[in-house]
Design a protein around this ligand. Sequence first.
Ligand SMILES: [Cu+2]
Length: 198
Amino acid sequence: MTDRHMRLTLTLSAFLAGLVVCFGLIFIVSGRMSAVVPQTAAIGGPFQLTDQDGRTVTDQDFRGRPFLVFFGFTHCPEVCPTTLFEISEILRKLGSDANRARALFITIDPERDTPAVMKDYVSSFDPHVTALTGDEAAIATVAKAYRVYYKKVPLDGGGYTMDHTAIVYLMDKEGRFVSPFSLKRTTDAAAADLRKHL
Ligand SMILES: [Cu+2]
């Protein structure tokens, strides 16, 4: 092989390698898009639940306001209270604009989380947090709509705890899913993000 041939071969193989990388990337990107888009579009949906004052509430009651949605339970030792505390801080940062937003805390433990229990629990958090409960079927429906996993786990000493998805969802004014709402940032940054959707 002459030097010139050698160079040509090298150039050609570099070009081919480049092509493979390009197509590979397109494949990965398009593969991911098709996996992500239908899922995000399918998060959320209609629900009919009971708030902490015993009133029947549906998704339509939140139209016109962006809202955060978090599923949990009042007996949760750490994740739920921490998350609700952080959401409360964000709502407080919004000042009077918080009236134009909402945060929904939906129980995945309706057996223990009656409206009265929920009312007592959310009284420790920002007043713009609405606590929602319902019968087993209504909770199963809303959890499925938000693709939330939950499971009862028996405890050694009797009783039980709950395993559950701990994602905070951001929904826009029309009740459409925007994105997961990250709490792993400053309160200011999270409040600014929420404010964009008012
Ligand atoms: Cu929890």
